[in-house]
Design a protein around this ligand. Sequence first.
Ligand code: HEC
Ligand code: HEC
Ligand code: HEC
Ligand code: HEC
Length: 342
Amino acid sequence: MKSIVMNLKLLGLGALVLLAGCEPPPNDTVQHGYRGTGMVQVYNPSTVEKNADLHAAPVALPAPAPDGTRADKVYKNVKVLGNLSVGEFTRLMVSMSSWVAPNEGCTYCHNPANFAEDSKYTKVVARRMIEMTQHINADWQPHVAQTGVTCYTCHRGQPVPAQVWFKEPAQNTGADFIGDAAGQNKAAASVNLSSLPSDPFTPFLLESKDIRVNGPKALPTDNRHSIKQAEWTYGLMTHMSTALGVNCTYCHNTQSFSNWNGNPPQRAKAWHGIRMARDLNLDYMEPLQSTFPPNRLGPLGDTAKVNCATCHQGAYKPLNGAQMAKDFPELLRPAERTVASK
Ligand code: HEC
Ligand code: HEC
Ligand code: HEC
Ligand code: HEC
């Protein structure tokens, strides 16, 4: 008798261990389109709670006086931040240290014996990153709006952002029967462990291939889109969904993926996001290739590049929409476009 009770207890314990691997109900659902269209987002409260720290924005240092001597009158080698007051300049340096290299501090970018010299590649990269941040906030308003971005949006206290991508070497180009597998069947994290092509970024976030599935007509004159292109398209869409922590109906009416009618405004935002990521990769990341040391480059020698996850990291608005950038007016636009008559 005693052993039966023991066995039952063990069974109960076993069931508990097994069930611990399941997601506990209830999940939250939020209706996102017309009733009956199935446009609903599903959230697991425990995942939301677990990621709360990741999506929390750090508190900004108090704003210093905007008057006083300009930085370019005091320092020797300032090319982009010269119009700031010395107080504003120092506050940005301290903030950049905490956003990008909190453990190393100033010396991550500077030779402490001479702050003016550009001997560390990190300083040269950082200067271009300041310009990139200003460009995002000023020229990509249709995407980033008033939320904007700071270094922290991508870096989150790390020199190399957690979510970046590199080009992948071609597979199976030898004389076998498989041909080019186009990165498929690798269960890659970039496409949420699906069998889709693992690099949908080179065609769309670097090159500007058409983001289309093969059309409804049979003849090549009506249907210029290959199955391979459709697979890349689904790969990118899977990345976009995972990067934002949403499902397809956050942007699409599933009645028709290609039709824009009845789609939420988020789809237009995403359209700009794709063009923005491409612009950042082409104009800022790729040209830095010769500045980065070899250990920072990918298997094909390219720089780390930006995709949706670099900023979003699983939230539909990075940092849950915290408006960090407004506390750093110097990051909102390039200096020569500042309206103030300093
Ligand atoms: C992530 C890289 C980075 C970090 C970390 C950083 N800086 Fe800088 N610093 C720069 C860049 C880039 C410039 C040049 C800005 C320009 O060209 O307008 C600069 C310029 C300076 C200058 C001007 C030097 C001169 O004479 O030209 C001083 C002073 C300075 N930083 C101080 C600091 C201090 C103090 C810290 C730590 C609290 C710090 N920096 C942390 C990137 C960094
Ligand atoms: C849109 C995303 C994004 C923003 C915004 C951004 N960065 Fe970066 N940053 C990157 C990526 C991607 C890399 C390449 C990672 C690598 O170093 O291989 C990078 C690299 C760097 C590096 C080189 C680190 C290393 O160890 O190789 C520094 C320094 C840096 N960024 C500073 C900054 C500063 C300062 C700002 C804000 C003024 C900033 N970044 C804003 C995406 C961003
Ligand atoms: C964050 C918004 C967003 C999410 C989430 C999203 N899409 Fe898209 N989708 C778009 C945008 C924007 C386009 C058009 C891209 C372009 O033309 O540059 C598009 C295009 C497509 C196309 C091509 C349609 C055509 O004209 O041939 C398909 C198919 C598609 N999406 C399927 C999906 C699937 C499946 C999912 C879920 C795994 C998904 N999308 C998730 C925004 C989104
Ligand atoms: C440089 C950082 C950055 C990158 C890269 C980025 N986004 Fe965003 N995204 C933002 C910011 C900031 C917002 C918040 C804008 C706002 O408050 O309206 C946003 C908002 C959005 C929204 C609107 C969310 C909502 O519910 O209002 C969508 C959709 C979106 N992004 C999709 C994408 C897609 C898809 C990609 C990749 C192709 C992408 N983003 C890449 C910074 C970025």
